[in-house]
Design a protein around this ligand. Sequence first.
Ligand code: ZN
Length: 203
Amino acid sequence: MNEFPIDEGVIKYRAVHERGDLFAHPLLGQLDDARTELFDLGLIGAYSNGIGYGNVSIRHQSGCIISGTATGGYRILGASQYCGVLDFDIHQNAVYTKGPVAASSESMTHCAIYQANPLVHCVLHIHSRKLWLRLLEEGYPSTAADIPYGTPQMANDMVSLVKDRTTPFGLLAMAGHEEGIVAYGQTILSAINQIKVLLDLKV
Ligand SMILES: [Zn+2]
């Protein structure tokens, strides 16, 4: 078992990862297909400095199955590039993961949304400057601009935003995480279709 404390200024995000077999979840193929669609739209990918962005997950047991860390640049992942988040602790900013790869460092955000509404089964995190600015301008729910990404405050903000809504689907802007948007829904289709509607694409 390995521990990866990631120093983000004063905040310590702690991922306790155990190597394990890949997951055979019946919806994993559909999730990976949705991720490929988002990749082709440029909403998941890698910046010119090589840093990847965007990640996808589905609810699984008390956590989720999420795309692995540093996978943004790959068009198709397959089951071997996903990781299980078995448990998490928002207050301690810690996630407990198992799988063939380590989880995305944004996994806490996903877990916070699953915790906030038990009807949510898919969370998609994408990056787009254009859409991010538009959501902020149009007054979509957003996390506060002074809350940096990857902090317990961000996760807590997510929980209250999702809890406040009467529907188990929605779009959120992360004002303190440049270009960061989250779409979530009861199904993979409902989550991705909200992004497509925003882009005027056929759903
Ligand atoms: Zn992000």
